[in-house]
Design a protein around this ligand. Structure first.
Ligand SMILES: [Zn+2]
Length: 88
């Protein structure tokens, strides 16, 4: 795991995640008790996300926690609920 504290960096490759880049972005949907909490609420390059070893686990947790508000597919695309009650 890359140890990066700068929130402008992609946690998966430690390179800047710039505006306009194709990134997977979620709200902070995990608590600190979860081993994946650092990845929630951060921008992750989609190219990094696609090859991330913990991608399936992250997607599964997102869909479990956020099921009433949004869903994520295997590529990290988030679809919000129709009533728009969830916004990042
Ligand atoms: Zn990256």
């Amino acid at each position: 795991m890359v140890d990066v504290d700068d929130e402008s960096l992609c946690l998966l490759c430690a390179e800047p995640a710039l505006a306009g880049e194709d990134c997977v972005v979620t709200g902070s949907f995990l608590t600190r008790r979860d081993p994946l909490w650092r990845y929630a609420g951060r921008a992750l390059h989609r190219r990094c996300f696609r090859v991330w070893s913990r991608r399936e686990e992250f997607v599964r947790k997102f869909n479990a926690v956020m099921r009433d508000y949004a869903s994520m597919d295997a590529q990290g695309n988030v679809r919000e609920s129709l009533d728009g009650s969830w916004r990042d």
